[in-house]
Design a protein around this ligand. Structure first.
Ligand SMILES: C[S@@+](CC[C@H](N)C(=O)[O-])C[C@H]1O[C@@H](n2cnc3c(N)ncnc32)[C@H](O)[C@@H]1O
Length: 260
C-alpha cells in the first residue's frame, strides 16, 4: 500500500502534497518550518547543497528570505527534479537554484565544495547514516554546517507493531533512527557544536490539523487529485501517522553541527 496507486513521487502524489503542504514542498511545515530548522544561522552568501531537495520549496526560501548565494538541489526522482526546475523559472530563481537528478549513493562532488549541507525529511530513506555523514563531512568546507530535519524514532530498537503497520501503510523505505543516534554519529564523524531538537509535539499538533483540513476544507481538492477511494486510503494513513506520533515513537527532529 502507498499514498497513491502510482507509488511515490508520481504526479498524483506531488499534486496531493502540494494541496496539503504547499507549492514546492514534499514535507510538512512550509516556509515557517524551514525558518525553524535554520534558526540562528546566518546563511547570507553561503553555497548550499540540499540533499533530497524534492520540488525546491526549501531552496527558494533559503535564497529569497535567508539570502543564500546558491542552492544546488539533488534528488533521485526525475519528475520531482523537473517540477523543481519549472518552479525555479516561475520564481525567477533559476540562476541561483539549480536542480540535478542523481543516483542514490555517494555525493558526486569534490571535497570542500559547499558552505552548508541542508536536508529535510530525506535521511530516513538512506540506510547507512554513518557513511552519509562521512560523505557530507568530506564535501563541506572547513567550518561548514550540516543542517537537517528528519523523521526519527524514539530509540533504535526494532519498531513496534503499530509503527510497522504505519510504515507498511506509507509503502516507503523508512529507515528511521533516533536523535540520540544522530548525535553519536555526528561525534564519530568529526562534527562539533552539535545541536539537536525534538519536534514530536509540533508535528503531532500539525498532523492533527492537516487531517482536519483533509477531511474538511481541502477534501474536495484532495478528491479531485486522488479520487474517492484513494482519498479514504490517505485519510487512514494520516490517522496511523497521528497514532505513532501520539505514542511518541515517531519523533521528527532537527540537528545542526559544524565541520571541525
Ligand atoms: C519526504 S521527501 C522531502 C523532499 C524535500 N526535502 C522537501 O522537504 O520538500 C523525500 C525526498 O527524498 C528523496 N530521496 C529518496 N531517497 C534519496 C536518496 N538516497 N538521496 C537523496 N534523496 C533521496 C525523494 O525522492 C524525495 O524527493
Amino acid at each position: 500500500m502507498s499514498l497513491t496507486d502510482e507509488g511515490h513521487y508520481g504526479p498524483k502524489q506531488l499534486n496531493l502534497l502540494e494541496v496539503v503542504w504547499g507549492e514546492g514542498f514534499l514535507s510538512p511545515g512550509g516556509t515557517d518550518e524551514i525558518d525553524e530548522i535554520v534558526k540562528n544561522t546566518n546563511l547570507e552568501d553561503k553555497s548550499i547543497l540540499d540533499i533530497g531537495c524534492g520540488c525546491g520549496g526549501a531552496a527558494f526560501h533559503l535564497i529569497k528570505k535567508h539570502r543564500a548565494k546558491s542552492v544546488q538541489g539533488i534528488d533521485p526522482e526525475p519528475l520531482v527534479i523537473k517540477t523543481a526546475q519549472q518552479l525555479a523559472k516561475k520564481n525567477n530563481l533559476a540562476d541561483k537554484a539549480t536542480f540535478k537528478c542523481v543516483e542514490p549513493g555517494p555525493l558526486q562532488y569534490n571535497q570542500e565544495t559547499f558552505d552548508v549541507i541542508f536536508s529535510k525529511e530525506v535521511f530516513l530513506h538512506i540506510p547507512d547514516k554513518e557513511a552519509l555523514l562521512k560523505d557530507v563531512h568530506r564535501v563541506l568546507k572547513p567550518g561548514g554546517l550540516i543542517i537537517v530535519s528528519d523523521w526519527m524514532r524514539i530509540d533504535d530498537n526494532p519498531p513496534s507493531k503499530q509503527m510497522q503497520d504505519y510504515i507498511a501503510a506509507e509503502g516507503l523505505d523508512m529507515l528511521m533512527c533516533s536523535l540520540k543516534k544522530y548525535k553519536e554519529l555526528l561525534e564519530l564523524t568529526n562534527f562539533n557544536n552539535i545541536e539537536i531538537r525534538d519536534r514530536n509535539e509540533w508535528y503531532l499538533q500539525k498532523a492533527k490539523k492537516e487531517l482536519k483540513e483533509i477531511e474538511g476544507q481541502l477534501y474536495q481538492k484532495v478528491v479531485d487529485v486522488l479520487g474517492i477511494e484513494e482519498t479514504i486510503g490517505a485519510i487512514e494513513i494520516w490517522k496511523k501517522l497521528i497514532g505513532v506520533l501520539e505514542i511518541g515513537e515517531h519523533r521528527p527532529g532537527h540537528f545542526k553541527a559544524k565541520k571541525i
